[in-house]
Ligand binder design. Structure first.
Ligand SMILES: Cc1cc2nc3c(=O)[nH]c(=O)nc-3n(C[C@H](O)[C@H](O)[C@H](O)COP(=O)(O)OP(=O)(O)OC[C@H]3O[C@@H](n4cnc5c(N)ncnc54)[C@H](O)[C@@H]3O)c2cc1C
Length: 213
């Protein structure tokens, strides 16, 4: 259970950091760099956070066991969240539409090169701290240049989201959060369900950080 909770805390903090990063870009509409970040992060954040949300809600429900599933006696908050979570991915532009919009931003008009450069500048702030992050940040510009194939669209949206989330955790979270995120989400030392972080993860610290103060 500690592994599950720590993994969900990581996912939640990364999602929150990405959402707040996008909010800052929207707030700073007079800053040309932030305008570019807003253009690229809007479809990326909408795609990835909403896509991960249903999985997170399912695991959160399971943490509460049968009490998470049943809705009797007004105790069904988790069941309602789980039921409604897929809507976030569907409405206001479904997942494929967000991935295609990322390609449109990266290909489109005079802004395209600037968007790729802005993204590289955003990621540069976290370079040199983790080998997996560095590999992903180094590979992204070439993948963006080659972003002509729609079969790659979701994969690219996912990886831009993960890279930006990692860079934000590097800047705004303790080292153990950044390390656990990079090791699991970027380096692949992770399973295919929540609760599969490697044994060396700072479980107690991750859980303590997520607890209400
Ligand atoms: C509860 C609810 C409330 C809503 N409220 C409003 C509202 O107030 N105002 C409003 O205007 N709309 C509203 N909508 C509509 C909502 O925005 C749309 O349902 C949403 O944009 C998805 O469009 P669609 O249902 O036509 O699905 P489709 O566009 O048909 O999508 C179906 C599937 O096809 C994929 N797809 C679609 N186009 C492409 C493409 N070109 N390439 C690859 N894949 C593609 C999608 O990713 C999705 O997986 C609401 C929807 C719901 C469920």
């Amino acid at each position: 259970m500690k592994n599950v909770l720590a993994d969900m805390a990581l996912e939640s903090e990364a999602a929150t950091a990405l959402a707040l990063r996008l909010a800052r870009a929207i707030d700073r509409h007079d800053d040309p760099f932030e305008v570019l970040m807003r253009r690229v992060l809007t479809p990326v954040a909408k795609f990835w956070i909403c896509k991960r949300g249903s999985l997170l809600a399912q695991e959160a429900m399971e943490c509460l066991g049968g009490n998470g599933y049943v809705e009797e006696a007004g105790e069904g908050v988790m069941a309602r969240i789980y039921r409604e979570m897929p809507l976030n991915s569907i409405w206001e532009g479904a997942g494929n539409i967000m991935a295609l919009d990322l390609l449109r931003a990266l290909r489109g008009g005079g802004q395209a090169g600037s968007i790729a450069e802005a993204l590289a500048a955003e990621l540069a702030t976290a370079r040199g701290a983790n080998a997996a992050f560095d590999r992903m940040a180094e590979a992204l510009p070439a993948r963006i240049d080659a972003a002509v194939d729609e079969f790659e669209a979701r994969r690219l949206a996912q990886d831009v989201a993960l890279a930006v989330q990692a860079s934000l955790l590097r800047r705004h979270a303790p080292e153990f959060v950044f390390e656990a995120f990079c090791r699991s989400r970027l380096a692949g030392d992770w399973g295919q369900a929540f609760g599969t972080l490697p044994a060396a993860t700072a479980f107690d610290q991750l859980i303590a950080r997520a607890m209400p103060t």
